[in-house]
Write a protein that binds this ligand. Structure first.
Ligand code: LMR
Length: 334
């Protein structure tokens, strides 16, 4: 009888071990934008690929639109292990203590995606991601959004037009300097609060790529939009380092593969999504869209250029210079 009990006990234990082994590993992927954006699409694509490649051993739960956490909270949640993956804007790493990512906020640093990719897909990009290790965070990839434009309730054509405007920015000292260079008053604010702040006049204007302006309906409460393409918005896909390193090696390799595929997809979709969003904003007729002349563009660029020198002490002169070298940008030749 005793032996029989023992056998039954062993069998039950073995069964629960198998059941435990079959429990999928859950990755909670939290983000703040809409599903129908470059980041939203890429997160869903990563989910699909990760679940496919691991044969269901990994389950990815995507929480879009700040439904789980807002900007600041999501970073804390990742460090605490309450979520496992984020794709945080490069402008939002200052509070974590990795302010070098703000280099991507320098106005007019990149003329196009090709120049940008020389940095994000090369050694400079990798070195920046590796700086996150010391914070318990693992940098996995860069995902593009796109180039930002300014909006307000008045036409913005010359630097003078920005004087005294309260402009919403992400939590980046470089963006703060950029807005001050234009004579406007920067206001740091979580992404989830921007629409209401624009609607109620808490802020007068903002900057974002078209996909965000459109999907958050900001264009409905901004009468004027100027297609400046003056700065870049992109993301670092990050995970909790302890979680990542604790994964079985075969699973981690499959997730790396899924991430590489999602990154290619993200960077293709970014252009498409932003072009589509611009068409949709145009079609809405709710905001006047203005394309600056080459002279107006140059005047804006010259006004904002002082941010490059002003921010050397924060970001590091060498880092800025190494990016100029990579892209061929020369601020002295404007
Ligand atoms: C913003 O706060 O404007 C952006 O960083 C939002 C995002 O994640 O694209």
């Amino acid at each position: 009888m005793k032996i029989r009990n023992l056998i039954v006990g062993f069998a039950a234990a073995a069964f629960s071990l198998v059941a435990f082994a079959q429990q999928p590993i859950v990755i909670k992927f939290s983000h703040v934008v809409a599903n129908d954006t470059p980041k939203g699409h890429a997160a869903e694509y990563f989910k699909k690929k990760a679940e496919e490649l691991t044969g269901g051993r990994v389950k990815v739960e995507v929480y879009a639109n700040s439904t789980l956490y807002k900007d600041k909270e999501e970073m804390e949640a990742l460090q605490l292990g309450a979520v496992q993956m984020l794709a945080t804007a490069l402008s939002k790493f200052g509070p974590l203590g990795v302010k070098e990512f703000e280099v991507f906020d320098l106005p007019y640093l990149f003329d196009n995606y090709e120049e940008l990719h020389k940095v994000t897909q090369g050694p400079i990009g990798r070195q920046l991601l590796d700086k996150l290790d010391a914070k318990g965070v693992k940098g996995l990839a860069y995902w593009d959004n796109g180039f930002k434009s300014f909006s307000a309730n008045k036409p913005l054509r010359t630097p003078e037009d920005f004087k005294g405007l309260k402009m919403r920015i992400q939590s980046s000292k470089v963006l703060e300097s950029q807005m001050r260079a234009l004579g406007s008053l920067p206001q740091v604010m979580a992404f989830s609060e921007v629409y209401q702040a624009l609607q109620t006049g808490v802020v007068d204007g903002t900057e974002n790529p078209m996909s965000n302006l459109y999907t958050q309906k900001m264009y409905e409460v901004q009468k004027n939009l100027t297609l400046t393409d003056h700065g870049y918005l992109g993301y670092a896909v990050i995970t909790n380092k302890k979680f990542w390193e604790g994964l079985p090696a075969d699973i981690r390799a499959k997730l790396e593969d899924a991430m590489a595929q999602a990154t290619r997809y993200a960077n293709q979709m970014a252009k498409v999504d932003n072009e589509k969003a611009l068409e949709a904003v145009k079609a809405s007729g709710k905001t006047q869209i203005y394309t600056p002349t080459p002279q107006e563009r140059l005047a804006l660029k010259k006004a904002m250029m002082k941010t490059h020198t002003e921010m050397e002490s924060r970001i590091g002169r060498d880092l800025i210079q190494s990016i100029y070298k990579e892209t061929g940008f020369d601020p002295t030749k404007l």
